[in-house]
Design a protein around this ligand. Structure first.
Ligand code: BT5
Length: 313
């Protein structure tokens, strides 16, 4: 949404406001105001017009303008009903120089997990990829994945789902230590950069929101299955706002991650490209390595891999 349209929308929300007065205030023509009002109506906003002028009477349930309206974070939303992968679209935008754009889709036809795995993405989920240009060395970028996991967990908790994080990037429900939790969300971070500076980072988040778990792979759950109705607009706004708070303070993101994880204290097996590491997960070290104390007392830092919570030996 461009700045003028956003200003018109804000004025309607505080309205009623007369068209000519609004045109004067914004320094645009009356017909421009009228065009913005019509465009807002096309986007699903209900705009009533009476003797006192225009007033906002209803907000669309979901979509780009709906998420941007009232969002307290500097992201522009590019919304699609369906797209192959929001990460692929975000990468295109990143290559064109975009920053702080979030690609959002109702459905993905070719959603991707890590290591070329598939991400099942039926209509009703939250599929979100943020294009970021952080002033960070590439080695610190994993902290952004942790920040995204914290933001997703907090949005889920606000929606009533007691979510926790499994290292590094899974958001789970119901990990009681005896059996693994049900997967609510996953995160896929991709980046391009030089040795000392990141050029862009795309953080992609897939949340099973308003989707029945029976339409998802075994072991998955959804906000709908856990608590019923889901307000996806509020969910995405909360997620973006929380991420925005954390992205400039990677150390705080790691601390917040530590407070929300189910992994620390667990006995784990981490599959890495150089073999399995088994032991107790004792800490996460900045910017995101899992510290595992193996049975012979050695502390190993694992930077990437698939983590499984094991039953106590
Ligand atoms: C992830 O991979 O968890 C990262 C998923 C990232 C998806 C988002 S959606 C928006 C953006 N656009 C994309 O194309 N991707 C990102 P990983 O840790 O590799 O987990 C993948 C595994 O989770 C699969 O092999 C399945 O076993 C399981 N899985 C697939 N779809 C799932 C779903 N909807 N819910 C829960 N588990 C799922």
């Amino acid at each position: 949404m461009n700045d003028t349209r956003r200003a018109v929308l804000d004025a309607l929300a505080d309205g009623p406001v007369a068209g000519p007065a609004l045109a004067d205030r914004l320094g645009v023509s009356r017909s421009a105001v009228w065009k913005h009002v019509e465009a807002l109506r096309d986007a699903g906003f209900e705009v009533a017009s009476g003797d006192d002028g225009y007033v906002l009477a209803g907000t669309p349930e979901y979509g780009g303008p709906a998420v941007e309206f009232g969002l307290d974070a500097p992201f522009e939303i590019e919304y699609h009903d369906a797209v192959e992968s929001t990460n692929d679209r975000a990468r295109e935008l990143a290559a064109e120089g975009a920053a702080d754009v979030a690609v959002l889709a109702d459905e993905q036809t070719g959603g991707r997990g890590r290591l070329d795995r598939e991400w099942s993405a039926p209509s009703g989920g939250v599929y979100l990829s943020m294009v970021l240009r952080p002033d960070l060395p590439p080695a610190h970028a994993p902290a952004l994945t942790l920040a995204a996991a914290v933001a997703t967990t907090d949005a889920a908790r606000e929606a009533g789902v007691p979510a926790e994080i499994k290292w590094p990037n899974d958001v789970l429900v119901g990990d009681d230590g005896e059996r693994g939790g049900r997967k609510l969300a996953g995160i896929l971070t991709e980046m391009e950069g030089e040795a000392d500076r990141v050029s862009w980072v795309v953080v992609g988040i897939g949340v099973n929101a308003d989707v029945p778990a029976e339409d998802l792979p075994a072991g998955a759950t959804s906000v709908r299955d856990e608590v019923g109705d889901v307000d996806r607009r509020a969910f995405v706004q909360r997620l973006l706002e929380r991420f925005d708070e954390l992205r400039t303070d990677p150390e705080a993101a790691v601390d917040a991650w530590r407070d929300r994880t189910a992994t620390l204290g667990e006995r784990v097996r981490v599959e890495t490209s150089s073999g399995d590491v088994v032991g107790e997960a004792v800490d996460v070290a900045f910017p995101g390595a899992l510290v595992v104390e193996t049975d012979d007392g050695e502390r190993v830092r694992v930077h990437a891999g698939d983590c499984e919570h094991l039953r106590p030996a």
